[in-house]
Design a binder for this molecule. Structure first.
Ligand code: SIN
Length: 494
């Protein structure tokens, strides 16, 4: 097996990973490994924006309160305080590196999203905020020779020796390499691909969650999966996200009879928290025997819509929906993991030498339901903190030579497409927006019947992704079974 050595290994190249890498690069050599191109992460697809208390009418205290309220009593105060306090500095720093958020007369524009009591969402190019942030971070990473970037390097497993994480195995061009590192930062993002309906890109297969679990990391809050209320539901179209920012700008939701209904479910109507809106849509779809509802923004000025939401406008038009004149068919999709690898606010996991940040991590900042647009901020704030902790606590790179013992089964998964689809469908149907003891038990039974897949390591990315989807699904279902009451995004019909 090939062995390489580096001071810091960062796994994942989205907002949290790159922000962590910048800190680490101040202190030594860094590898950033990612299984696709550098920019292919959920960050790149984030539309609505980044929430930050920088607007004149806003305060850090109000951002704190809104986040806590959305989290339905399960947020960790310390994590939320860290997020809202350090958020403004991280955003100003990003602007100093060249990020261009939308402005009017040289003043930043803040929009509203659901459950925010102030206009505090910065956006870029209308609805391509994540893309702009990723552009700036990649540009900066490219200018730092101490950061070596490995794209198409699939992260297989962590190397843990004597209770310390001292590296990871990566699969590249069919070859496994053991990368030994003084500290490892996990920033692999989420796991939306566990579900058959998701807004997430194909790369979001829970690799970091599953690998950390295999290595003995403690997990938290895995039952809390956020379902975004509005993803495109059109024949032949992907479940493309239709940003919450549309509702912030006045879009309303209608059932298939074109009647508004959100006011019947919550006082805040379309601007209630995401979990409330997603469940209301599911109820209304059931009541009207439909697979979708409509989002309606046609009352706004045509040119304004095109200029404010250019990406959504163009994408919908590809599927022959002109959002300036027609209703957009939408339905909920899996969107964000509130749970993940448990960390403290400095990115430490329970395994020495292993740090985690961003969607793969669970600091407790989101509680049972994430406040819209808090996740890019989370990646910046906690990515930087995890990077700094890794610098402070890194160890000498171990020479564990013959102890590199990854067991690789060279066999294939039989019928991988079928198995992947079975897992994703059962998760959507039995462990989705509305669950019960019965449906969760049924899901667990199906997942367990596929359990042997998880005992092996494969020599292709696709097969390893299926294994990670399966293991992440099992963690979600087992946690959901344990939590008997309904709270936030975890809703039990029983
Ligand atoms: C959106 O634009 O609706 C998504 C933003 C987020 O998930 O925070």
């Amino acid at each position: 097996m090939i062995t390489e050595r580096v001071d810091f290994l960062v796994i994942g190249s989205g907002v949290a990973g790159l922000r962590a890498a910048f800190e680490a690069a101040e202190a030594g050599s860094v590898y950033v490994i990612t299984k696709d191109t550098l920019k292919e992460s959920s960050t790149e697809y984030a539309q609505g924006g980044v929430a930050v208390a920088l607007c004149d009418e806003d305060t850090i205290g109000i951002h704190f309160e809104d986040t806590i309220k959305a989290g339905d009593g399960l947020c960790k105060d310390e994590a939320v305080l860290t997020l809202v306090n350090e958020g403004p500095e991280r955003i100003m720093e990003l602007i100093s590196w060249g990020a261009e958020f939308d402005k009017s007369d040289s003043k930043l524009i803040f929009t509203l999203e659901a459950a925010h009591s102030r206009r505090r969402i910065l956006h870029a190019h209308g609805d391509s905020t994540g893309r702009e942030i990723e552009r700036v971070l990649i540009k900066k990473a490219m200018s730092m020779p101490q950061i070596k970037k490995y794209s198409f390097a699939y992260f297989l497993d962590l190397i843990v020796f004597d209770g310390r994480c001292c590296g990871a195995y990566m699969l590249r061009d069919g070859q496994i390499t053991a990368v030994l590192a003084g500290a490892v930062i996990l920033a692999t993002g989420g796991a939306g691909q566990v579900y058959s309906r998701t807004t997430n890109p194909l790369v979001a297969t829970g690799d970091g969650i599953a690998a950390a679990y295999r290595a003995g990391a403690a997990m938290s809050d895995m039952e809390f999966v956020q379902f975004h209320p509005t993803s495109l539901y059109a024949s032949g179209a992907p479940q493309f996200l239709i940003s919450e920012a549309l509702r912030g700008e006045g879009a309303v939701i209608r059932n298939i009879h074109k009647e508004r209904f959100m006011q019947l479910y919550h006082n805040d109507s379309e601007l209630a928290t995401r979990d409330v809106v997603a469940r209301a849509i599911v109820s209304e779809m059931a009541r009207t025997n439909s697979h979708y509802v409509y989002l309606d923004i046609t009352h706004l000025d045509k040119d304004y819509i095109k200029q404010r939401f250019p990406r959504i406008y163009k994408t919908c038009l590809q599927y022959d929906i002109d959002i300036t004149a027609e209703l957009i068919p939408v339905s909920p999709s899996a969107h964000y993991m509130m749970g993940g690898v448990r960390t403290d606010i400095d990115g430490r996991t329970n395994i020495r030498g292993l740090y985690a940040a961003g969607e793969v991590a669970c600091t407790g900042v989101h509680g049972a339901n994430r406040l819209a647009s808090n996740s890019l901020l989370e990646g910046l704030v906690f990515g930087a903190r995890a990077g700094r902790t890794a610098v402070e606590e890194r160890a000498d790179i171990k020479d564990i030579g013959s102890k590199l013992l990854l067991s690789v089964t060279q066999g294939r998964i039989e019928n991988p497409d079928e198995i992947r689809s079975t897992i994703r469908r059962v998760m959507w149907e039995k462990a989705g927006i509305i669950r019960s003891a019965e449906s969760l038990d049924e899901a667990l039974e199906v997942l367990k019947s596929l359990g042997s897949i998880a005992d092996r390591t494969y020599l292709t990315r696709y097969e390893n992704e299926i294994k990670n989807i399966l293991q992440t699904a099992e963690l979600i279902v087992k946690s959901a079974i344990e939590r008997k009451d309904s709270i936030g995004a975890h809703y039990r019909s029983d």
